[in-house]
Design a protein around this ligand. Structure first.
Ligand code: PGA
Length: 246
């Protein structure tokens, strides 16, 4: 049985005070019978890392550079994150693909850089509403996944995948459990052709996961947890989602 993983993507939200309250609330609500991680904005990472020392909750970053070091103003390398005890790094979130024009290949290179420093990349894939309506969902997610498979080779088994339909992110429109499961199964079949370990890999669903829909989504055979945006900012909601994963 694959263990469930629930990851909170705080995006550009939080403050030192709000973060401390959120983590305290989460600690109080736990422990959970699932892997749990939070991904705060970069500037808060070392403070969050300190407050999570000795706790079960892991932490990750929301992005990393594909490069190791050098003249890349504003960038942070996977090596730097690893130095602080970072476990996960989200790469290829649709907001970065759309707002920062990140290509499939750049996302794959970031995943490679993360693995080189023993971080687990959480690679996001997902179609826009226009792509879904044009019947292109399968083609788009397979294309996004395939760039990562080609770049990582057999190391592909070390990543976490997150299927996040763009039209479901922050919109309150969740994919139905059947819609999500269909894409998860497709991705697992694609991964199966690349690694004998595809059955062990965690494929998360993201896009308006809330306490009231989490359990049904997580009960699908190929959904191994969630990448949670909005609902990860409230300790009670995030805790309820973590509980639904148990
Ligand atoms: P949401 O965001 O839960 O607010 O829809 C999910 C994500 O973008 O990872």
């Amino acid at each position: 049985m694959r263990r469930k993983l629930v990851v909170g993507n705080w995006k550009m939200n939080g403050s030192r005070l709000a973060n401390a309250e959120l983590l305290a609330g989460l600690e109080e609500a736990g422990p959970f019978d699932a892997d749990v991680a939070v991904c705060p904005p970069l500037v808060y990472l070392s403070e969050v890392a300190l407050s999570l020392q000795g706790k079960r909750t892991a932490w990750g970053a929301q992005d990393c550079s594909a490069r190791d070091s050098g003249a890349y103003t504003g960038e942070v390398s996977a090596a730097m994150l690893a130095e602080f005890g970072c476990k996960y790094v989200i790469v290829g979130h649709s907001e970065r693909r759309a707002l920062h024009a990140e290509s499939d290949q750049l996302v794959a290179d970031k995943a490679k850089a993360a693995l080189a420093h023993h971080l687990t990349p959480i690679v996001c894939v997902g179609e826009t509403l226009a792509e879904r309506e044009a019947g292109q969902t399968d083609v788009v997610v397979k294309r996004q996944m395939s760039a990562v498979i080609h770049t990582l080779g057999h190391c592909i088994s070390q990543i976490v995948v997150a299927y996040e339909p763009v039209w479901a992110i922050g919109t309150g429109k969740t994919a139905t459990p059947e819609q999500a499961q269909a894409v998860h199964a497709l991705l697992r079949t694609q991964l199966h052709a690349a690694t004998p370990k595809s059955e062990e890999m965690q494929i998360l669903y993201g896009g308006s996961v809330k306490p009231d829909n989490a359990a049904t989504l997580f009960s699908q055979p190929d959904i191994d947890g969630g990448l949670i945006g909005g609902a990860s900012l409230k300790a009670a909601d995030f805790a309820a989602i973590c509980r639904a994963a148990a």
